[in-house]
Design a binder for this molecule. Structure first.
Ligand SMILES: NC(=O)c1ccc[n+]([C@@H]2O[C@H](COP(=O)([O-])OP(=O)(O)OC[C@H]3O[C@@H](n4cnc5c(N)ncnc54)[C@H](O)[C@@H]3O)[C@@H](O)[C@H]2O)c1
Length: 328
C-alpha cells in the first residue's frame, strides 16, 4: 500500500515509521525543503523526533504532488495552527478515492472548526477519519504498546484505518463520534497547562487529581454542547489522553504550564521552544467557543487568562478556590 504523511513533526514522523515498519511504501512531506534535505542527508529528524533512525525506504519530500499522487492513504499531521494553509496547498491533489486520516489535535483559531471538518471543506472530501488518543510520538517510535481510536461517521472508513494501523504494539479501536474524539484532543492540551502550572507551583497529588477530574467535567460539557457524545470523554481520546498529557514527562503543554507556575512569562517560554504547544493556541479557541456555546469552563478560562491576559499563577489559584460553592 502507498501511504503519504503530510507533516514532518514528531507525530507525522512516528506514524510514517510505524506504517513503513508494516512494509508499506511511505512518503513523508515537510513544508521546509532545506529541512527535508537535512533529513535526507542524516536520515534523522532530530528537530522533532530525536534519536530515531529514518529507514532508507522512507521517502522524504517537500514536493506536494510527488508525496500524494498514487497514494492509497493520505495522513494529515500538521499542527492545528498551520493545518488550513497546509491543506490549501494540497487542494486538487488529494481526492475522494483516497482514505484520508487526520492526526492533528486542536480547533481552527479563525473558524473554530475541527480538523476533519476543515480538511473535508478545503480538499472537497466527503469523509476524513480522526485518529487520536494517548499517544506520545517518542513512545510509539520506540514500539511501546499503545492504544488509539479511529473516529468517523462512516464506520467503514474507521474500520479501514483500524486494519491498516493495528500491529503488535499498536491497537486501534473505532468510534462513530469524531466530534467527541476531536474535542477531547483539543481540550486536554489546555487542561495539561493547568496541571503543569500546579506542578510548577510545587503543589501535589491532590491538586493534580482535582484538576484532572474537574477538567474532565469541563471536557464533557464542551463535547455535549458541540454536538458530540459525552460518553466519548470516558474513552481513549478523552480521559485516556488527559491522563497521558497531564502526567507525562513528554508533554510540552504540561511543560509550558510548569514554567508558568514557576513565574516565567508566556512569550519567553514559547520563544525558547522548537516544538509546538497546541494548548496555548487552543486555550484561546476553547475560551471563545465556550463563551459562544454558553459552557462553563473555569479551568480552561484560567489557562486562557494565564496565556493571554498576563494573569499570574497565584491569582489563578485564588480565583479557582473562591468560586461559588456547588454540588458535584
Ligand atoms: N508529538 C506527539 O506526541 C503527538 C501525539 C499525538 C498527536 N499530536 C498532534 O500532532 C500534530 C502535530 O504535532 P507534532 O507534535 O508532530 O509537531 P512538532 O512540534 O513535532 O512539529 C512541528 C511541525 O510544524 C511544522 N511547521 C512549523 N511551522 C510551519 C508553518 N509555518 N507551516 C507549516 N508547517 C509548519 C514543522 O515543519 C513540523 O512539521 C499536533 O496537532 C499535535 O497535537 C502530536
Amino acid at each position: 500500500m502507498k501511504i503519504a504523511v503530510i507533516g514532518d513533526g514528531g507525530w507525522g514522523t512516528a506514524n510514517a515509521l510505524l506504517l513503513a515498519g508494516y512494509g508499506h511504501a511511505v512518503s513523508l512531506w515537510g513544508a521546509f525543503p532545506e529541512y527535508i534535505e537535512e533529513m535526507r542527508r542524516t536520515r534523522r529528524n532530530d528537530k522533532f523526533l530525536k534519536g530515531v533512525a529514518l529507514p532508507e525506504s522512507l521517502v522524504l519530500t517537500s514536493d506536494r504532488a510527488a508525496a500524494v499522487s498514487g497514494a492509497d492513504v493520505v495522513v494529515l499531521a500538521p499542527p492545528s495552527k498551520y493545518f488550513a494553509p497546509v491543506m490549501e496547498g494540497f487542494k486538487g491533489l488529494v481526492t475522494n478515492g483516497q482514505l484520508v486520516v487526520s492526526l492533528t489535535k486542536g480547533l481552527c483559531e479563525k473558524t473554530n472548526k475541527r480538523m476533519t471538518e476543515l480538511a473535508q471543506e478545503i480538499l472537497g472530501l466527503s469523509n476524513v477519519v480522526a485518529l487520536a488518543g494517548p499517544t506520545h510520538a517518542e513512545e510509539v517510535a520506540r514500539g511501546i504498546p499503545t492504544a488509539i481510536v479511529a473516529a468517523c461517521a462512516d464506520e467503514a472508513a474507521a474500520k479501514r484505518v483500524q486494519k491498516i494501523w493495528s500491529g503488535p504494539t499498536f491497537r486501534v479501536y473505532t468510534s462513530r463520534d469524531p466530534v467527541g474524539v476531536e474535542i477531547g484532543g483539543a481540550v486536554k492540551n489546555v487542561l495539561a497547562i493547568a496541571v503543569g502550572c500546579s506542578d510548577g507551583m510545587g503543589f501535589g497529588d491532590n491538586t493534580r487529581a482535582a484538576l484532572i477530574t474537574r477538567g474532565l467535567a469541563e471536557m464533557k460539557r464542551f463535547v455535549f454542547a458541540y454536538g458530540g457524545a459525552p460518553e466519548t470523554v470516558g474513552g481513549l481520546a478523552g480521559v485516556g489522553d488527559l491522563i497521558v498529557t497531564c502526567t507525562s514527562v513528554h508533554s510540552r503543554n504540561h511543560f509550558v504550564g510548569e514554567r508558568l507556575g514557576r513565574g516565567e512569562k508566556i512569550d519567553d517560554i514559547l520563544g525558547s521552544m522548537q516544538m509546538v504547544a497546541e494548548g496555548v493556541w487552543n486555550a484561546k479557541v476553547v475560551h471563545d467557543l465556550a463563551a459562544k456555546l454558553g459552557v462553563e469552563m473555569p479551568i480552561c478560562n484560567l489557562v486562557y487568562a494565564l496565556c493571554y491576559e498576563n494573569y499570574n499563577a497565584a491569582d489563578a489559584v485564588s480565583a479557582m478556590m473562591n468560586r461559588d460553592l456547588k454540588s458535584e
